[in-house]
Write a protein that binds this ligand. Structure first.
Ligand code: UDP
Ligand code: MG
Length: 315
């Protein structure tokens, strides 16, 4: 049984040495039947140099480097496409997800599960804002999407080859990896863990990237927002009906009410609903456009495995 470990790294020069050390220890039982794949997501610091340096002390370590910063989910996808293992572990570079859980995950998989995902029972050393926004995100996502995505899970998970192949068979450019794994089915099980604080450096997920991930997740998994937009259109129909009733009433009774404020309010409420629904449609249309272009997700600029892989293809 061959094991691959995939780690996306963006400006993680400080984390890489400790990461490799702890990973090497964790995969020791599978020493000759394993690989660690660090994916440098076009870092602007010395991450690539750190990966190359760490290879001296860890023969299973390989690195690939994307030609530019493509984001966490694309970097992860690049690593998953390159992975050769029959079982594949993915985790963050900052050691918030403890590699030591690998043993427990492996034994769950021995019992027949295809996906063992880490579920955060507790988050340490993260800001209140991050905790609250993550909490809201998973709940809104489940409300809106047609797939049941386990709450409070990140991308920390051990998956079988057939589950991974199912995910890689999904051709969409908008990669929301944990959602895709929720989508493929098979037997899945959660493993509770305490999320440690970041080992070094700071978060690579500023608000902008978080919002993009959230919108990607919702549009990738569901068309419910579009249906909500339709329902809002019904609201304005009701308002129009109300306006007709009012018109008839004022003509019959010859009373004209000084309705400036209510008129103004109505117009602004409904024009904002219109803009909102237009925005929702725009998000989907933009994504149709991106998917239609079918551009490769990433290009590799470095590859320690010797052979230069073709863009976006496995091995
Ligand atoms: N990451 C990446 N590309 C990016 C941003 C982040 O590969 O553009 C990686 C990062 O190096 C880390 C993982 O994604 O391994 C999660 O990022 P981070 O720990 O900063 O997110 P947080 O834990 O704060 O949500
Ligand atoms: Mg982190």
């Amino acid at each position: 049984m061959f094991l691959s470990v995939v780690v996306p790294c963006y400006n993680e020069e400080e984390s890489v040495p400790a990461l490799v050390q702890r990973l090497a220890k964790a995969i020791a039982p599978w020493k000759d039947r394993s690989e660690i794949l660090l994916v440098d997501d076009g870092s602007s610091d010395a991450t690539w140099a750190a990966i190359e340096a760490a290879r001296a002390g860890c023969p299973q370590l390989q690195g690939i480097r994307l030609s530019g910063n493509r984001g966490h989910q694309v970097a992860l996808t690049a690593g998953l496409e390159a992975a050769r293992g029959e079982r594949i572990l993915m985790l963050d570079a900052d050691l918030q997800d403890p590699p030591e859980l690998l043993g427990d995950m492996m034994s769950l998989m021995d019992r027949g599960y295809d996906v063992v995902y880490g579920q955060r029972a507790e988050r340490q050393g993260e800001t209140m804002f991050k905790k609250v926004s993550a909490h809201v995100f998973y709940r809104v996502l489940n409300l809106l999407s047609d797939v049941d995505i386990p709450r409070d899970t990140g991308d920390f998970r051990l998956v079988s080859r057939r589950a991974l192949d199912a995910v890689l068979a999904m051709p969409e450019r908008a990669r929301f990896v944990r959602g895709l794994f929720a989508l493929v089915g098979f037997e899945q099980i959660a493993l509770q863990y305490r999320r440690a604080p970041r080992e070094a450096g700071e978060t690579k997920y500023p608000l902008k990237k978080m919002v993009r991930l959230a919108v990607d997740a919702m549009t990738a998994l569901s068309t419910k927002p579009l249906k909500i937009a339709t329902r809002m259109a019904f609201l304005s129909l009701m308002a129009a009906a109300g306006a007709v009733v009012y018109l008839v009433w004022s003509m019959v009774t010859h009373q004209t009410a000084p309705g400036w404020a209510s008129l103004f309010l109505t117009i602004s409420i409904f024009s904002s609903i219109q803009l909102f629904t237009l925005g929702i449609m725009g998000e989907y249309i933009g994504r149709i456009y991106t998917e239609a272009k079918g551009r490769p997700l990433y290009f590799l600029s470095e590859d320690t495995r010797g052979t230069m892989a073709a863009p976006g293809t496995a091995d």
